[in-house]
Write a protein that binds this ligand. Sequence first.
Ligand code: UD1
Length: 417
Amino acid sequence: MDRFIIQGGNPLKGKIPVSGAKNAILPIMAASLLAPGKSVLSNVPNLIDLKSMAHLLRIIGARVETGEGRMQIDSTDVCYCEAPYELVSKMRASIYVLGPLLARLGEARVSFPGGCAIGTRPVDLHLKAIEKLGAEVNLEHGYIHAKAKKLKGAVIHFEKSSVGATINTLMACVKASGTTELLNAAMEPEVDVTVDFLNQMGAKITGKGTAHLVIKGVDELFPVGMEMISDRIEAGTFLIAGAMSTEPVTVTNCQPEHLEELISKLRSAGCEIIIEGNEITVNPPKKIKPVDITTLPYPGFPTDLQAQFMVLMSLAEGVSVVTETIFPDRFMHVSELNRLQANISLNLNIATVKGVKELGGAEIMATDLRASAALVLAGIKAQGETIINRIYHIDRGYDRIEEKLNAAGARIVRDKV
Ligand code: UD1
């Protein structure tokens, strides 16, 4: 397992580019199963999670070719309806094939996704929604087995805002008979882009960008080509890195409209933020002000940036409070940050961060994707050497993060163990 060795204390400066959005590409790869023929995606980064999804699509019978930022998915011969344990246990987003397989083949068997490092993550909302569309759902030997000759439109009110359940239900119902209404649908940009992709395929979905989506079922869908949006979480990670620097940092190829809540919090922390087209420049403050955050569904503060923002707050002049409402156990990074001499205490889903003058290098361990990114930011800032073990998590969601950060002044070496 690779590890990062970081010589801290080297300020970042200059431009850092952002890649395509993993969390948009994963559902769109699954959506491409809905139409026989070749769909082509561009602005696709090289990430382990996308490779795992490509592997799963191949098992199902699709042909997937990747290279030079493009991915071609030929779904002509899709014929197997099973997502096996080995893949789903590695990547929860495999659950995204449930809706499309049910719509295309009338049957899907998907290994039940378990918990993960960020806590319990149920899929009850996905299952209740497809049942409402008329599917028969059984849990057998660790698998979700769903069947439906023809799904039927329904009114579905999600009791909780869920990105995954909204997208899975959309993919299941685009070819259902009649009209489906989704209430309390998630409004994340990754939902919007999936709506765009499905509509380009021939679906009839209205209400994009709101919590009320209306889907008129269609008989046929067609493959399409689409450029993927840029990754708002990667962009946010680099903006936070810039906020901890002593020099201006410009994050390029990003979509500032997806980052409004973070930008507002960075301004409250004392940063000057300049937005020009698809570039955002952060001029870091001399002294970081403490700012409280509460994670919420979009457009609220994203849970996927909570760990990174906590690193910034650990260097603030004063005390800040971080409240996690999406995944209440998502605090594995706290003990690792404290090893780097941060001063963070935890009470249930609320972390109290007492700012320290500086962090100090240590040997630590990456636990999940976003926590790993936070540890990298902390390592860049900490005095001395930081060794981060088990960094395979970071390769799941960040394309060449060490190369991008090194080009902006960091000193990170990948040690292949
Ligand atoms: C997606 C993102 C993940 C992000 C999360 C929240 C992908 C691949 N992953 O995950 O990076 O952290 O959104 O923005 O896009 N819930 C239920 N029952 C369900 C489904 C969800 O109770 O059936 C709960 C979850 O436990 C959580 C909340 O709903 O408390 C939101 O989760 P959800 O939006 O579904 O997250 P994911 O789609 O899994």
